[in-house]
Design a binder for this molecule. Structure first.
Ligand SMILES: NC(=O)c1ccc[n+]([C@@H]2O[C@H](COP(=O)([O-])OP(=O)(O)OC[C@H]3O[C@@H](n4cnc5c(N)ncnc54)[C@H](OP(=O)(O)O)[C@@H]3O)[C@@H](O)[C@H]2O)c1
Length: 257
């Protein structure tokens, strides 16, 4: 399917690996010029090279921590008029202690940083009458996961905050949607399994098998499946789809709606 976005410019935050990388790859496959980002510049450069080699797309890498205003400004300097913004960031690790400082750090990463980027890019998208904004959230916004309270709360705040903006921007062909991933096979989930194994004395492989068995699909999701959904939400055809929170979890959430 031609997504109708060849030649569009995309900023994909936190995209040197995992779900962000899969979104960057899928957008590059659709013909977009893509800006990739991550803190570890060696890994980021390697990812940029791989996506370039796989797709022939124009890929620019901007290294740095998204929670810094200077780094966010550098992203916009390298890609001043983006058509697509994928908001992603590291998820807060489960905090041993919910101190005020830890809660504020989580709010910064998973709510305030993406809002700041939307505020920077949305007016230009509206003027140019094309914009696609996708936020990578979590299924924990819908169904809480013990220990991820800060992540769930911050992302729920982001979702509610942007719900009105999505409606306000719709007439200018700017959409804002969130994807809520369940369990996907990335380093993030592997680190969570390693931590629980260390805490319980179990083996990570056994914990993974248990988690997978509890998912109706019987497995973790592949990042490529996530990237394909993100690319569709950024497509020309998705202009009538806005303000939605799309769960992709292999059927794990048990509700009918
Ligand atoms: N995988 C899942 O099953 C799952 C489920 C629900 C929600 N999520 C959420 O989805 C998001 C992505 O998860 P993932 O599984 O793709 O994680 P991942 O494989 O660990 O990748 C995280 C990416 O974000 C970058 N990053 C982290 N903090 C950053 C920062 N402050 N500034 C710039 N880049 C940063 C990392 O690069 P550097 O470390 O080099 O910066 C890396 O490229 C996370 O917020 C996670 O909580 C994931």
């Amino acid at each position: 399917m031609d997504l109708g976005i060849a030649g569009r410019r995309a900023i994909v935050c936190a995209s040197s690996k995992g779900l962000g990388r899969a979104c960057a790859m899928a957008l590059a496959q659709a013909g977009c010029a893509v800006l990739v980002n991550g803190r570890d510049s060696a890994r980021l450069e390697a990812t940029a090279r791989e996506i370039r080699a796989a797709t022939g797309a124009h890929i620019v890498a901007v290294a740095g921590d998204l929670d810094s205003a200077e780094v966010r400004a550098a992203l916009l300097e390298a890609c001043p008029a983006p058509d697509i913004l994928v908001n992603n960031n590291g998820g807060p690790a489960p905090f041993a202690e919910l101190t005020r400082e830890n809660i504020l750090r989580g709010l910064e990463s998973n709510m305030l940083t993406p809002i700041a980027l939307v505020q920077r890019v949305a007016p230009g998208m509206a003027r140019r009458r094309f914009g696609r904004i996708v936020n990578i959230a979590s299924s924990s916004v819908r169904a809480p996961i013990a220990g991820l309270d800060v992540s769930s709360g911050a992302r729920a705040g982001l979702t509610a905050f942007l719900a009105a903006s999505a409606r306000a921007l719709a007439k200018d062909n700017v959409t804002i949607n969130s994807i809520q991933p369940g369990a996907f096979d990335t380093d993030w989930i592997r680190s969570i399994l390693d931590r629980s194994a260390a805490a319980t004395g179990g083996a990570p492989a056994a914990l993974r098998a248990q988690r997978e068995a509890a998912i109706p699909a019987g497995r973790f999701g592949a990042p490529e499946e996530f990237g394909a959904l993100c690319a569709f939400l950024c497509s020309a055809q998705a202009g009538y789809l806005t303000g939605q929170n799309i769960l992709i979890d292999g059927g794990a959430f048990p509700g009918a709606f």
